[in-house]
Write a protein that binds this ligand. Sequence first.
Ligand code: NAD
Ligand code: UDP
Length: 310
Amino acid sequence: MKRILVTGGAGFIGSHLCTKLINDGHSVICLDNFFTGSRSNVWHLMDNSRFELVRHDVTVPFNAEVDEIYNLACPASPVHYQHDPVKTVKTSVMGAINMLALGRQVGAKVLQASTSEVYGDPIVHPQLEEYWGNVNPVGIRSCYDEGKRCAETLFMDYHRQKKLRIKIIRIFNTYGPLMSKNDGRVVSNFIVQALKDEDITLYGDGSQTRSFQYVDDLVEGMVRMMDTDDKFVGPINIGNPNEFTIKELAEKVIELTGSKSKFIYKPLPGDDPKQRQPDITLAKEKLNWEPSVYLEEGLIKTIEYFKSIL
Ligand code: NAD
Ligand code: UDP
């Protein structure tokens, strides 16, 4: 049994990760400031004596005797991370410093939940870990992209300079049950709109692409990465390489929900990446991992979840 800290543990991905770690027999401290996460996401774990929920902000130092730290705290939806962009940068940068300092103090291994956004609006397609990206440093997405890039830098420098054990994963678009209905990202927006027979909001002409990964696949990849040899630190892409246009996603959601919703077109937000697809050769080789849930199968489970909460 390991003692594990999960920051952002009451969020969408964090709550799935906490559940897996508890089910695997570990002891978990879930730390969250509840900006986009909620207690209800981890309610089912509250009676477990190996689970502890702590209200705390990662921009403030935190102390606990743990063996591993998964650093997930950061709003991930453009709507939320652009709400208070200065706070978003602080969360990524100060959060990374505080978790790395804690790792150093107690000798814990620290994993950073980085993102495909470090590739920005990519010119290289699909995206390989060696690609340095095409990121606007002064745009409306920069608080998230540059905050996450700086966090990666801090992780690598703590590793090289202070010999800390670290891991960096770059997560590609992930969806599934426990996404908030007000999250603002495309999968939850489309499903909620379709279930209410409201207009489906396509930003731009819907030709931009994303590659959607079901949350269970991601959580499996995260834990496998944490368990790799100390010499392997990443960064490593964790995503599903099946690429779809946003319009194709909308059509799939309409088909699976049997909705009467119509498409409406809204302006494309600034710096919205035109294409995104992970190259997962490294994950296959180093983690013996690849996603196993097809989009349709994952969407059906996610639609069932939203039906149960709407
Ligand atoms: P989410 O918004 O559901 O979860 C983020 C959690 O962090 C929330 O519970 C929130 O309350 C908490 N949080 C935010 N700021 C905090 C702070 N200052 N102190 C403490 N807690 C704070 O988003 P998610 O989709 O679960 O994303 C989790 C992590 O994975 C994020 O770091 C995100 O950048 C990364 N990621 C997610 C995706 C995706 O598609 N879901 C893709 C790439 C990377
Ligand atoms: N998008 C959309 N309608 C929505 C929400 C998002 O067309 O209601 C688009 C958005 O412009 C982007 C894609 O869907 O091109 C994915 O958006 P999301 O916010 O889910 O993730 P990210 O842009 O961070 O990959």
